[in-house]
Design a protein around this ligand. Structure first.
Ligand SMILES: [Zn+2]
Ligand SMILES: [Zn+2]
Length: 411
């Protein structure tokens, strides 16, 4: 089959690799009908995530048709359309039993790697380095889905892929970001980053009763979408001297009640601390650039909440813990507990409460992945979200049920 393989920093190729097959009784093999590139894929693309290896198949946002199921998968049938969540969860461990699916104790066979860096390991993730399991991702024609009796969400026949694909990550992630922000009716919510997760956090904030939403970014097309579709007040951070002063002015000096960092470890900025991070990260003295995090902490109103859906990978410098403590802030974060949110959020889609396809700007074939990554990274061509459909150029591949997906791990 064809798959998008990482070849080294800023170098991906569409390669022919062996087809995935059922390895465990709870596996399924899914034929991918649509897959997306995520902002967090750019951290891999750019080489900021350790334990990624040459040849690894990328992609954690995908959906498709069930081709084959292991003997213990009773809830899916061959031919069914499913959306697959990015985090892999066993459904049986203490964490899964407590609906903390992204913290599953059984789905990362390389837990020891993550334990070295984090103390404990999160769940296994599709297409996201060996530290999170080394699972082959879904930017491919086929994928093996472990614990398929727990993760994949069947969707009604006939619904367009574009309307439900983002239940695989970014809508639940934007939703959990808003939930973690502990929004009370009438609250002013500031969202840093108007990429796809930021956009869905904005939509979710309104659904949870926000009174005002203020969105911060620098790309005109993303700010425009936040303003039009998201009904947000907007700040172009390259057009203001200080985001902190601007937010303070907009809130009568008080600061936003809830702050959401939907940017993460590769924040840009032109303040002194942002230049410091850039220099330190470039020479690997700091893994992450936490400029947004500092800004949010400094401007958040006293007693407010900071929600962090943005991805961080390691250690940060100059963290204003004094402000967190003395202002009585709450910080909530985490990978999204996907399996908790997918079903209720599918209901919102089916009820017409939200159209997830609004953010798609590019529809391409899997073969176009190298160019698509480059365009998305540079935010060229007004790119907000790329969806790829394998075989849409007419080069479909027939699954022969043999071979072993590269990078697959035995969970
Ligand atoms: Zn994602
Ligand atoms: Zn589990």
């Amino acid at each position: 089959m064809k798959a998008v393989c990482w070849n080294g920093p800023v170098d991906i190729k569409v390669e022919d690799v062996p087809d995935p097959k059922i390895l465990n009784p709870r596996d399924a093999v899914v034929r991918i009908t649509a897959t997306a590139i995520c902002g967090s894929d750019l951290h891999l693309y750019n080489g900021f995530i350790p334990t990624l290896q040459k040849g690894d198949i990328l992609g954690h946002e995908f959906m498709g048709e069930v081709m084959e199921v292991g003997r213990e998968v009773k809830n899916l049938r061959v031919g069914q359309k499913v959306v697959v969540p990015f985090c892999i969860a066993c459904g049986r461990c203490w964490y899964c039993q407590n609906e903390l699916y992204s913290l599953c104790d059984n789905s990362n066979p390389n837990a020891w790697m993550a334990e070295k860096l984090f103390g404990h390991s999160p769940a296994g993730l599709f297409g996201y380095s060996h530290m999170t399991g080394g699972y082959a991702g879904g930017q491919a024609e086929y994928v093996r889905v472990p614990f398929a009796d727990v993760g994949p969400l069947p969707v009604p026949d006939g619904i367009e892929d574009e309307k439900v694909l983002f239940l695989s990550d970014i809508f639940p992630t934007g939703w959990m970001a808003a939930e973690n922000a502990e929004i009370q009716p009438g609250d002013t919510v500031a969202v840093w980053g108007c990429g796809p997760v930021g956009q869905f956090a904005i939509q979710s904030a309104w659904m949870m009763g926000a009174g005002r939403v203020i969105a911060i970014d620098r790309f005109p097309e993303r700010l425009l979408l936040a303003q039009s579709w998201g009904r947000a007040e907007i700040i172009d951070y390259e057009e203001v001297d200080s985001v902190i002063d601007t937010l303070r002015d907009m809130t009568g000096g008080r600061g936003p009640d809830r702050c959401i960092d939907a940017v993460g470890m590769e924040a840009h900025g032109h303040t002194l601390d942002a230049l410091y991070d850039k220099a330190k990260q470039a020479v690997r003295m700091e893994t992450d650039r936490p400029h947004v995090l500092r800004e949010a902490i400094m401007v958040c109103r006293k007693g407010g909440t900071l929600s962090v859906p943005g991805v961080y990978g390691g250690f940060i410098d100059k963290f204003p813990m004094g402000a967190v403590m003395n202002k009585g802030l709450t910080i909530k974060t985490g990978q999204t507990h996907m399996q908790r949110y997918m079903r209720p959020l599918l209901e919102k889609v089916l009820n017409g409460e939200i159209d997830l396809s609004k953010i798609i700007t590019h529809r391409l074939d899997l073969d176009d992945a190298p160019g698509a990554y480059a365009t998305f990274k540079k935010k060229e061509d007004h790119c907000i979200k790329v969806v790829m459909k394998p075989g849409s150029n007419g080069h479909a591949h027939r699954h022969n049920g043999s071979g072993n997906g590269r990078g697959d791990a035995h969970a």
